[in-house]
Design a binder for this molecule. Structure first.
Ligand SMILES: *[C@@H]1O[C@H](CO)[C@@H](O)[C@H](O)[C@H]1NC(C)=O
Length: 373
């Protein structure tokens, strides 16, 4: 038993090390490889070898895994499923928490079994953004406003009862003080995604037509970095269910989406999308997805999008911005790696001050995932 455990630990270490190595190799190859004309460059030998090692190690591990039912003595039987224990040990993501002890301390500073401190929700967000998802959450009761949301709107464009937002989390104290461009002015939001002012726009009517023409029904969607969930609101009018990932950085985006009756997923861009493989018809990446994200993180995100999209599903890259030269050299080839059909590919100059200064362009692309590989 002790020997098996020792061996398992050793193999586990080996596996983690090889994984890290391949990650390192992948990232270095990505940086040093110049884009070539060949869309499918051969996989380097060392990567293939590492992949074989990883697979062999996993096979070995699973063969040697003691069967928890038959070999665990009854005295040490716990109610925790063995899978859970295994993955708790493996989870490398939690290590992100260790790198931010100050934030973690601030977050965990509370009196158990009493109401959470006033800044509680906002203290969690910096940790989540750094890849640390401290669970289980505190043993304190999350705060609510003492105002009952008397009339929640049935329509996502009707005014929301803003006194049911816990404003202690924010610098501003009401919706009117927020910049109207942020998505909190529902009169402005009502017209979004409906019209086409330039080639960079893709009105919803056009999106639905394209889907219909390719006999690909839109029922379920995911909007990444979707702010106050206006895309979901407009799609709701089309009887399409869209869930929205959004943070509450500086403004109550999650609360607003929820008050509008739309599902807000509080998660940052680097997190795995919490849906199963191949289950959504459409993924939209909004303005939050742009050149500010590290290229590796963006690549991981795109592959996760690919994971959750069903065959024939659509990826809508909505106004991704980067330097013009990077779009040609880095981001274009990166998106190209997915092997999706380009239904729309429009590039236009970003004409605001920082766009002009940095030679930036916008890309709006509608891409369709192949039905089979
Ligand atoms: C959405 O569903 C409702 C109820 O079934 C229906 O009346 C309406 O026409 C549908 N709207 C669209 C755009 O399909």
């Amino acid at each position: 038993m002790g020997f098996t455990m020792g061996l398992n630990l050793l193999l586990l270490l080996a596996m983690v090390a090889t994984n890290i190595l391949s990650l390192y190799h992948l990232s270095t190859t990505m940086i040093t490889t110049k884009p070539t004309g060949n869309p499918n460059p051969p996989v380097p030998d060392h990567l293939l070898r590492q992949l074989q090692t990883i697979r062999a190690t996993i096979n070995h591990l699973t063969r040697h895994q003691p069967n928890p039912v038959s070999t665990t003595p009854s005295t040490t039987t716990t109610t925790a499923p063995s899978d859970l224990l295994l993955y708790t040990q493996l989870s490398p993501i939690a290590s992100a928490c260790r790198h931010h002890p100050d934030l973690l301390h601030q977050y965990m500073n509370y009196t158990p079994f009493s109401p959470c401190p006033a800044s509680s929700s906002s203290a969690g967000e910096p940790l989540i953004l750094r890849g640390c998802h401290p669970l289980p959450r505190r043993r304190c009761f999350s705060l609510t406003t003492n105002k009952h949301p008397s009339q929640l709107p049935a329509n996502p464009f009707s005014p929301v009862p803003e006194n049911s937002i816990l404003w202690t989390n924010y610098k501003f104290k009401d919706l009117h003080s927020l910049n109207p461009d942020l998505g909190f002015d529902l009169k402005i939001e009502k017209t979004r995604f409906l019209n086409s002012k330039s080639d960079l726009d893709l009105p919803i009517s056009q999106l639905i037509d394209i889907a219909k023409k390719s006999k690909s029904v839109l029922r379920l969607g995911l909007d990444i970095g979707g702010g106050t969930a206006t895309f979901a609101a407009q799609m709701k009018e089309q009887n399409v269910t869209v869930i929205t990932t959004t943070m509450s950085l500086g403004a109550p985006y999650n609360e607003m989406a929820a008050l509008r009756g739309l599902v807000p997923l509080h998660m940052p861009l680097q997190q795995r999308l919490p849906v199963f493989d191949g289950v959504v018809d459409l993924v939209r990446c909004g303005h939050a997805v742009n050149r500010w994200i590290p290229v590796q993180a963006l690549e991981f995100m795109l592959y996760d999008v690919d994971r959750v999209l069903r065959g024939g599903g659509f990826l809508w890259v909505d106004r991704f911005f980067s330097k013009s030269v990077d779009l040609d050299k880095v981001y274009g080839p990166l998106i190209g790696k997915l092997g999706y059909k380009k239904v729309k590919w429009a590039v236009g100059k970003k004409t605001d001050a920082s766009g002009v200064k940095n030679g930036e362009v916008y890309l709006t692309a509608l891409l369709q995932k192949p039905v089979s590989r």
